[in-house]
Design a binder for this molecule. Sequence first.
Ligand code: OOG
Ligand code: NI
Length: 303
Amino acid sequence: MENSSQNLKTLDIILNGLMRRYTERVPDVKTIMDAMVTSGMITTSNDIENDHIAFRTMGLPHLGVKSFEKIFLHYGYKKRDHYYFEGKKLDAWWYSPPRETDPRIFVSELRVGDLSEESQRIIRSYTDEVKTDPADSLNLDNGEEVDHFLHKPLWRTPTVAEYQTLLKESEYAAWVIYNRYYLNHFTISVHNLPEGYNTVADFNQFLEGIGIKLNTSGGKVKTSPDGGLIQSATVAEMINASFADGETLRISGSYVEFAERKILPEFQDLHKDQITRKHRRDGFEAANADKIFESTYTTQTSK
Ligand code: OOG
Ligand code: NI
């Protein structure tokens, strides 16, 4: 199917809606963007290249990647590699975008059937409220409708007790039961920034200098075995969450990620001005991702 300009306009509405709400929920985003402008790295926040965005889902009928991906496949995203995270009981896929300027998408899914009976019972008591695939009843040509869908509850508000029970077994499960399809992170591409900021190592220094807390799982700099993909992430910001029965609790919200993609060996000799996205290391790296997931884990947020 040829991708229409109408589809791309709708995609813009959805991506803008995601970023707007995410920026409101994660104060670190504005802190970092403002400091990037102040330091002269960029002129406005529009100059930031968004490497990718990420979502989390429950791997259950009518939900999970099979449902969620219908949205972005409609706008011309293409499904790419699969990753499996044994310890965290997760599967994930990434999607390449229709335009070079659009973010890649990383979507993960909890292997609910691999959890204890107790956790499965809790999760299903919520997700069983979803009787048909909600993506099937969405009008994907209506950007506002999709934007609204991505920010609305799919099941009733969880209780604090059940949230905490899930948290003990799977921090990911607890995150999704409360946060659902809220944008988990956006990712600032650092390799096109000015010298002094264009590596993850240097950018981390800048971040710590403005008081940002970094994920330390596996080290602050996470490097793929091929050396081509280098990532870091903030520790998720805590949100004041309203639970069932009027209870409130401070829980993990979303975080910010940083990515440096090296020029591929076969393009080393190209002039700097000729380098575009396709000349750099693409995709993701399971070993890096495994540690980045922990940005929302209490082992990181309680530091
Ligand atoms: C996703 C963690 C992995 C990456 O870029 O490898 C990731 C998540 O926390 O849901 O973002
Ligand atoms: Ni990421």
